[in-house]
Design a protein around this ligand. Structure first.
Ligand code: EZ4
Ligand code: CO
Length: 404
């Protein structure tokens, strides 16, 4: 099966998605997600200018060789742009191979290790009462695991909280980056109260999660982890920036709250010290930003040696193509933990028809050959790219640029 064409499709049905479509001499097509929030066109150009010319004429079945060719052949290894582009090619090739075999992708990976994939929902409120309501609402939809975020008194806007209750949280906005403000002391006083209120309201049957989104120093994260211990979180995510993996040792020494990290990682090398030194419990890399299915398997296999489980990133800035591929991966991966699930808007679901489904707090990738996600290119063309940026964050006290 030879690759005869490769095209990059950029569309914005509410937010920007970059999709790679491979065509073959057998008439099969394969899709890969290449969306990198706020830097979409860098990946699109990497694909169009540098990878597409290498793909046409290649044997579509040689997934591993193509991965190695693109990774080692670039000379400039790693990085989110390179790895998202390689991920798109890899995902599209797995899609093609599974379609050629007439099997859902999870069968090629080794078959299902479980019946269904546990997912967690987002619950966001401007204050504790709203977040409690929202957790009840997500539980009523069937979710067994729920991530809870709340506004902090005194702060105008914090990560994860939508401006009003009608809209779900969408960080990237058109125009120049929005500026948010931050105060660690106020956040550290508020967050344990949120989880105390949640446990009082919802009891202990549901898993509760929280995303710190990189805002704390290691010792502050250690304090929060300790304060949250009575509420038995499933995990505390991105407690501190992870460029320095040693930071997690300090957190680890102080708390038994499980730690999750990895949505901004792009190779196994980012994960290696955290996994091997057992500084984390969940690794959150996903298909699009960590080199595709081929590389995600390497990360998961390393993690399995240390009882670290997967918890793939699944925010709405990852396209349904990534979600579909991730669900096949999740159904197979032996050391599965949980999968993030933020439903896409209606327009996105129309542009990307898919076989995956949600039922009672779990998802399933479906039985369609390949990863089960397609693109309606005519509809996609009605939603042209719109430049958008993620916000930046400044300390409220003096305007110092902080981690977002
Ligand atoms: O802010 O995907 O766990 N989910 C997250 C996301 C990220 C966005 C960034 O593009 O942290 O909401
Ligand atoms: Co996160």
């Amino acid at each position: 099966m030879k690759i005869t064409g490769a095209r990059v499709i950029v569309c914005c049905p509410g937010r920007n998605f970059v999709t790679l479509k491979l065509e073959t001499d057998e008439g099969l097509t394969g899709l890969g997600d290449a969306s990198l929030n706020g830097r979409e066109l860098a990946v699109a150009a990497y694909l169009t200018e540098h990878l597409v010319p290498l793909l046409v004429g290649r044997d579509a079945h040689r997934i591993e060789d193509t991965w190695q060719y693109l990774y080692k052949g670039a000379y400039w290894r790693r990085g989110p742009v390179t790895m998202s582009a390689i991920a798109a090619v890899d995902t599209a090739l797995w899609d093609l191979k599974a379609k050629a075999a007439g099997m859902p992708l999870y069968q090629l990976l080794g078959g299902a290790s479980r019946e269904r994939v546990l997912v967690y929902a987002h619950a966001n409120g401007r204050d504790i009462a709203e977040t409690v309501d929202e957790v009840h609402r997500q539980a009523a939809l069937g979710y067994r695991a729920i991530r809870a975020q709340s506004g902090v008194p005194g702060l105008a806007k914090v990560y994860g909280v939508a401006a009003d209750r009608e809209h779900s949280y969408e960080p990237a906005t058109p125009g120049l980056p929005k500026e948010e403000d931050w105060d660690t002391a106020q956040y550290l006083r508020h967050t344990p109260k949120l989880f105390e209120a949640l446990r009082n309201a919802i009891g202990w049957e549901h898993e509760l999660l929280h995303d710190v989104h990189h805002r704390l120093t290691p010792i502050e994260a250690a304090r929060l982890g300790k304060d949250l211990e009575p509420f038995r979180l499933f995990w505390m995510e991105d407690a501190t920036p992870a460029e320095n993996p040693e930071a997690f040792r300090l957190i680890r020494q102080h708390t038994t709250t499980p730690l999750a990290v990895g949505e901004v990682f792009n190779t196994v090398w980012d994960c290696k010290p955290l996994i091997e030194q057992q500084l984390i419990d969940f690794i959150r890399t996903t298909v699009v930003h960590a080199g595709g299915i081929t590389h995600l398997r390497r990360i998961a296999d390393l993690a399995a040696l240390y009882q670290v489980r997967t918890g793939s990133h699944g925010a709405t800035d990852l396209s349904p193509v990534c979600m579909g591929a991730a669900l096949h991966f999740d159904l197979w991966v032996p050391n599965f933990g949980i999968q993030e699930h933020m439903p896409h808007n209606e327009a996105t679901d129309e542009v990307f028809p898919h076989a995956y489904r949600f039922d009672g707090g779990f998802m399933h990738p479906g039985e369609a050959p390949g990863h089960g996600v397609e693109i309606d290119e005519r509809l996609a063309a009605k939603y042209p790219y719109q430049r958008a940026y993620l916000p930046v964050n400044r300390l409220q006290r003096d305007g110092t640029l902080w981690d977002w």
